[in-house]
Design a protein around this ligand. Structure first.
Ligand SMILES: Cc1cc2nc3c(=O)[nH]c(=O)nc-3n(C[C@H](O)[C@H](O)[C@H](O)COP(=O)(O)OP(=O)(O)OC[C@H]3O[C@@H](n4cnc5c(N)ncnc54)[C@H](O)[C@@H]3O)c2cc1C
Length: 411
């Protein structure tokens, strides 16, 4: 890793967290010409939730603005190697979404209308076409199916690692295994960060600490209402006939996704009663690799789609992994300046979509930091949109749980 290692003592900006979001922000700040950027992680680079993701994109989102951001991210993924000079393996096999109820069929029609209005290639396809695209799919019970040809899946670790390496080549100082333990403020503005390797003076700090976002925000007396929530996936042993060209399939009412991986199928999904975590209560030194997983959750989710994927009636598990994405009360990310603390920014509340959106979030937040305004209206992601009622932990957790359990269908 070029230019990594020793901490600098003063920086134009310090980015806390070298997962997908933090590494992308550091890269885009450096690319825009900032020379003294510090990207700091308390663990190895790209080692926590980001490398455990499924790596899927979903360009049609719940709002126009989220959809625009997700489309921008896919265009940046297509150009990732040219922009960063770092490798990125991706398969643009498209994605299908299946409605098994009349209500979800209506949702799909609205998604097609939104996508098409915003210039995204997306349409309803016939059951026969869906089966041609994904031979393991039996479209029995499908009331409607959409296909978005430009959706893709990628190798997750390459996004944060590629951005961190490219940021370092552009002059950023990238320092793994260094914990930020405090944020210094004066007269309502950030003046520095304290780490276990010493202090850095800086007027800008970006909290991209993933599951630890709230703990880092509290160091500056900030409050970011996110709830780390366990999310898991499995990969089956190789199955004859699986090919990388087959599309991602999502089933709305069961909140399950399936895609090809390592010659088998990857299956992940959103259970109705996910486990939420308070990272402050976890043992010191906790890492995502220590997270207790439960394959039973995934077997139950697989059971909800065996009519559509008969191959999942019986399968052998080759890999099982999970992490702690952060949920928000409205299912939208939290990106922007934290009110009341000048120079303190946040990029979190990934809602299990932070890896694929990180190329776009990094670019827009870097511009916001450097010019004082974002390149597009991002008020819908602003940290201050949550009122004081979300200071009530029980209410926040209930809303976040609901969003998770309705990942594919929440309005
Ligand atoms: C099973 C699974 C499947 C998923 N599938 C998808 C998908 O298909 N598509 C998608 O877009 N997203 C997906 N996600 C979500 C995605 O992984 C997250 O949105 C993304 O990784 C969030 O990135 P991050 O940078 O916020 O977090 P992280 O990758 O966890 O990075 C945060 C970093 O901050 C560091 N940090 C924390 N506190 C401090 C501190 N005090 N000092 C220094 N460093 C600190 C941590 O060590 C960590 O490295 C999935 C997640 C899981 C678990």
């Amino acid at each position: 890793m070029e230019r990594s290692g020793a901490l600098i003592r003063d920086a134009e900006a310090v980015v806390v967290g070298a997962g997908a979001l933090g590494a992308s922000i550091a890269f885009h700040l450096a690319k825009a010409g900032s020379r003294r950027i510090a990207l700091i992680d308390k663990h190895d680079l790209a080692s926590q939730t980001s490398p455990r993701a499924a790596g899927l994109t979903a360009q049609v989102r719940k709002t126009d603005l989220m959809t625009r951001l997700a489309m921008m991210a896919v265009r940046k993924i297509e150009r990732f190697e040219a922009e960063t000079d770092e490798p990125l393996v991706y398969h643009q096999s498209g994605s299908m979404k299946i409605a098994r109820t009349p209500e979800h069929h209506e949702q799909l029609k609205r998604e097609v209308a939104r996508g098409q209005r915003l210039g995204l290639g997306i349409d309803l396809v016939s059951p026969a076409e869906a089966r041609r695209l994904m031979p393991f799919l039996d479209p029995v019970g499908a009331q409607g199916i959409t296909y978005t040809p430009s959706d893709l899946y990628l190798e997750p670790v390459q996004i944060p690692l590629g951005y961190a390496r490219a940021a370092a080549r552009l002059g950023a100082t990238v320092t793994p295994n260094t914990a930020v333990t405090g944020i210094v403020t004066k007269n309502g503005g950030v003046t520095g960060v304290i780490t276990d390797q010493g202090e850095i003076q800086t007027p800008v700090v970006v909290d991209a600490a993933g599951a630890w976002t709230r703990l880092v925000a509290q160091m500056a007396n900030g409050r970011i209402p996110v709830v780390p929530t366990r999310h898991q996936l499995l990969i089956t042993e190789p199955i004859d006939g699986v090919s990388t060209a087959q599309p991602i399939v999502r089933v709305i009412d069961s909140n399950v996704y399936v895609r090809p991986e390592k010659g088998g199928l990857m299956l992940g999904g959103y259970e109705p009663d996910p486990i939420q975590y308070d990272t402050a209560a976890l043992p010191a030194g906790f890492q995502i690799k220590d997270l207790v997983l439960d394959i039973g959750v995934l077997r139950r989710l697989a059971g909800t789609v065996v009519a559509q994927f008969p191959i999942l009636r019986e399968f052998k598990v080759r890999e099982h992994r999970g992490g702690l994405p952060t949920m928000t009360a409205d299912g939208r990310h939290i990106v922007g300046p934290v009110p009341g603390i000048r120079g303190f920014f946040v990029a979190s509340g990934c809602c299990v979509g932070g890896l694929s959106i990180s190329p776009a979030v990094g670019e827009v937040l870097a511009e916001w930091i450097l010019t004082g305004k974002p390149p597009m209206d991002l008020t819908f992601l602003a940290p201050e949109r949550f009122g004081v009622e979300y200071h009530l932990e029980e209410k926040l957790q209930a809303q976040c749980r609901w969003q998770y359990a309705h990942q594919y269908s929440a309005p």
